[in-house]
Design a protein around this ligand. Structure first.
Ligand code: GLP
Length: 239
């Protein structure tokens, strides 16, 4: 389903309420998070709602779709750290309520992460942002559609974003990321994709109207039966 909203703020609000719905539905399973610039304001609205009217978070369980390999805890550039700062602490959650990949130990970390998610009943709602080249998580163009969690060499575009947003110096720049795969994402019961801005309008059009292809990872979402695209008018302008 596609919902087109007037403004980016309306997209953030609608996404926050979808998160709330999943958080409060009492059903087992995890809420999967993305940690880009689009999801930051969504998380802020969630914490504002919680601050105004606290709700029961005892059974809440969340995970991150991806993270950089080797960014230490405490560094805001890390996706796990952003999950901790943006949601875990403001909502008063325990560390056990949030699954994050272990990006420091071992080649089997992706597989272990995938298994840990399955052991908690899988992902009931995966929230995604959209990369300009159509990537979801760190699944860049060319990623096999049947991929499970894996390590990935980060492209220069992602390193440039890290540098721009978090002023990460070259010597601390990660070269690898760990991401849930396309198949792992497709196993989620429901998926929400939040996209704003004219610079992603072509990507949105290709993902929603173009052929399903490894060259456009987000196009695979056409094959999922419960996907909600929340778009502002600019992101939807080429549909
Ligand atoms: C990043 C992340 C994704 C994120 C996406 C869009 O590379 N790996 O998890 O959702 O790209 O980011 P943004 O919302 O900042 O455009």
């Amino acid at each position: 389903m596609i919902r087109i909203l007037d403004t980016p703020e309306a997209v953030y609000r609608a996404a926050a309420w979808q998160w709330m719905k999943a958080a409060l539905d009492g059903a087992p399973g995890i809420i999967g998070l993305a940690t880009g610039t689009t999801t930051t304001p969504i998380h802020k609205i969630i914490t504002e709602l919680y601050a105004a009217q606290p709700f029961d978070t005892a059974r809440l369980s969340m995970c991150a779709v991806d993270d950089y390999v080797g960014i230490p805890e405490g560094n805001i550039a890390g996706c796990g750290e952003r999950v901790r700062r943006q949601l875990v602490r403001p909502l008063g959650l325990s560390a056990e309520q949030v699954l994050l990949p272990d990006t420091f130990h071992g080649e089997d970390a992706p597989e272990k992460y995938e298994r840990a998610i399955e052991a908690r009943g899988g992902i009931k709602l995966q929230i995604l942002g959209l990369g300009r080249d159509g990537h979801i998580g760190f699944n860049y163009p060319g990623t096999p559609l049947n991929s499970t969690a894996h390590n990935v060499t980060l492209p220069q575009s992602t390193k440039d974003t890290l540098k721009r947003l978090y002023a990460l110096p070259e010597e601390r720049m990660p070269t690898l990321g760990l991401t849930l795969g396309i198949r792992s994402i497709m196993m989620s019961k429901a998926i929400l994709v939040a996209v704003t801005g004219r610079d992603k309008a072509q990507t949105v059009a290709d993902a929603l109207r173009g052929p399903v292809s490894e060259r456009m990872p987000a196009s695979v979402l056409q094959l999922h039966r419960d996907v909600l695209w929340l778009l502002d008018e600019e992101a939807a302008s080429l549909l």
